[in-house]
Design a binder for this molecule. Structure first.
Ligand code: ATP
Ligand code: MG
Length: 578
């Protein structure tokens, strides 16, 4: 933990030294503010999640922005739980959010805060507004408040309670606090302007009664402050200089400023809005994510297909890739939808350099090499990375009976098929050339169950002394030595680019092939004991990660993080053409 009044935020090294910082309008504003010595040249930001759900990739954009700005400008960033609605909040969410922010690589030091830390102070501010004649207790029902509010084209109507005296308001508000009234009996409202063209300024509610225990303050309060009131004052209390939020709060900014101006606080943060991150082929709405979980379309918030950070982590996405993606998605004022393939490419790029290679046969087909000695085992040294010798090598055993990938063999291959077929010769990676001599079938189904091959002992290491070439190189494992594992081929959760478009039933867009579970895959023995969350490239198959929930010593479980190439690009091209 840091100490002192303004210790810098710390972060993992690669976060701090990240050099990909595209210019954006927020950084331009802050740079100017520092130059003009506004806020004494200080930069203070905050990330203010409501603990009512798990964080998703959209939140990651806000985290990277707020913590990133603090790191870049030697400022600080607060981690603040905006916990004013105990009905929807829980400690489970609080803990998961903290873990996610840390996992992304950011550290709030000693700046963990909760809006609920300020409940006393917020109450005092409300009393102050009442005393100034700027707030009143309204006793209209929720329905009447709504109907008095007017519409975009019609002004609202004043509440009959609007002109209560300061004394009466103070008395009622105090009694709201002590629990004398039931939920909904009264609310405290700001007295602004029921005819304002901005609906947020039509006497917004400041406090409401809610007899409900709070995860932080217990039974201490039965009135809770509303979002707009809480947000600006919490920002002010923390000395936030730049309050960064998403575009839908643009219309709330006049209210944000009104509270701070009326209360004449020392610190008046500047609210700056930016566009939300949207990604195609997935959804970012907490409501829909919740339904996906509740209705069993996925296996929990951390299902590897979910756009949540816990899901992406379990899937095997790296924090570095997500940060890189957020940087590339950019900060703008325009709503736009980012391609899922951009995120997947960031993941591929990050994994390519640092992920060790292994061989895994997803759908095994047995191969017997008839001319290989029965009990012989050879070990080949296989490099862990083709371009990085510092990553070392591992031993891969080779024997008479192997497995290859079922779809690396075709009995009746088309011209451009360069893999195995009767009479064809291929290279087994790191080992020998083999030629298929015959096939064995299931007598009932006729399905090919085994290939018989001959190997050429002179091709050890993968090249022929006579210079003859083969076009295909296959991955394989030794049947006797391989480990049986489960592989889960994760794909996009939705098959429509915009599953949550207006009026669309997102359930109809679910991709029925978003996960395929293969229970009899085989991996080379060097993977024994692979730890949860470790990542590998399975040659020719993609990047995989050991599942953190279901993998065990008895049976390893791997999630496919991403394929080696963007297979969706091809599908989309075809869809466009047809
Ligand atoms: P709610 O409707 O519950 O408020 P929310 O998605 O806004 O949902 P918060 O917990 O309030 O969730 O969000 C915390 C912070 O993350 C906010 O500052 C919000 O602006 C930001 N945020 C949320 N979703 C996105 C997104 N898709 N892109 C960028 N920032 C986001
Ligand atoms: Mg919100």
């Amino acid at each position: 933990m840091n100490s002192g009044p303004h210790p810098p935020n710390s972060a993992t090294n690669d976060v701090q030294t990240s050099t990909t910082r595209p210019l954006n309008f927020i950084r331009t504003i802050i740079t100017k503010d520092i130059k003009s010595h506004k806020n004494d040249g200080q930069v203070v930001t905050r990330f203010p999640p409501e603990p009512n759900g798990y964080l998703h990739i959209g939140h990651a954009k806000s985290i990277c922005l707020n913590f990133g700005i603090a790191l870049e400008f030697d400022g600080v960033c607060y981690m603040r739980f905006d916990d004013t609605n105990p009905l929807k909040e829980s400690m489970e969410y609080v803990e998961s959010i903290k873990a996610d922010v840390r996992w992304l690589g950011f550290d709030w030091g000693d700046r963990l805060r909760h809006s609920s830390d300020y409940f006393d102070q917020l109450y005092d501010y409300a009393v102050q507004l009442i005393k100034m004649g700027k707030a009143y207790v309204d006793s209209l029902s929720a329905d009447d408040i709504r109907s008095h509010r007017g519409t975009l084209t019609e002004p609202g109507k004043n509440s009959p309670y609007r002109n209560r005296s300061v004394e009466e308001n103070l008395d009622l508000f105090e009694r709201m606090r002590t629990g004398e009234f039931e939920d909904g009996a009264h609310v405290l409202r700001a007295k602004i302007d029921m005819a304002s063209p901005n609906l947020n300024m039509r006497d917004p509610i400041i406090y409401r009664i809610r007899h409900m225990a709070h995860q932080m303050t217990g039974d201490q309060w039965c009135i809770y402050p509303m979002y707009d009131f809480t947000q600006c004052l919490s920002d002010s209390i923390e000395g936030v200089t730049h309050s960064l939020c998403t575009l839908e709060f643009e219309d709330h900014r006049p209210l944000y400023d009104w509270y701070l101006d009326e209360l004449e606080v020392d610190c008046h943060p500047q609210q700056i809005e930016f566009s939300r991150l949207s990604l195609n082929y997935t959804v970012m709405s907490k409501r829909i994510l919740n339904e996906l979980v509740e209705q069993g379309h996925v296996n929990g918030w951390d299902d590897p297909r979910m756009p949540t950070l816990v899901g992406m982590r379990r899937r095997g996405y790296t924090p570095a890739a997500i940060r890189d993606f957020c940087g590339r998605a950019g900060i703008t004022k325009k709503d736009n939808v980012i391609e899922m393939s951009l995120l997947e490419n960031c993941v591929r790029e990050d994994l390519e350099e640092k992920t060790p290679r292994r061989m895994c046969v997803l759908r095994p087909l047995r191969v017997v090499i008839d001319n290989y000695p029965e009990n012989q085992v050879e070990e080949f040294d296989a490099p862990n990375h083709p371009n990085d010798p510092t990553m070392g090598t591992r031993k891969v055993p080779f024997s008479r009976v192997l497995y290859i990938e079922r779809d690396d063999f075709l009995e009746d291959p088309p011209k451009k098929f360069f893999r195995l077929a009767p009479g064809r010769e291929v290279r087994l990676r790191y080992a020998y050339f083999v030629k298929c001599t015959s096939v064995v079938r299931d007598p009932q189904t006729g399905e090919v169950t085994e290939l018989r091959c001959m190997y050429d002992p002179d091709t050890r290491g993968g090249s022929a002394p006579d210079g003859r070439k083969v076009k295909g190189t296959l991955h394989w494992v030794s049947a006797e030595h391989a480990l049986e594992v489960e592989t889960r081929l994760c794909d996009r959760l939705f098959r429509n680019a915009n599953p949550a478009s207006d009026g669309a039933d997102f359930k109809a867009s679910l991709n029925p092939d978003s996960i395929e579970t293969l229970t009899a895959s085989r991996v080379e023995p060097s993977l024994a004991g692979a730890m949860p969350e470790t990542r590998y490239q399975f040659e020719r198959q993609g990047y995989f990660c050991v599942d953190s929930a279901d993998s065990s010593e008895e049976k390893l479980v791997f999630n496919r993080i991403v394929t080696l190439r963007d297979s969706w690009a091809k599908i989309e091209k075809e869809q466009h053409r047809s």
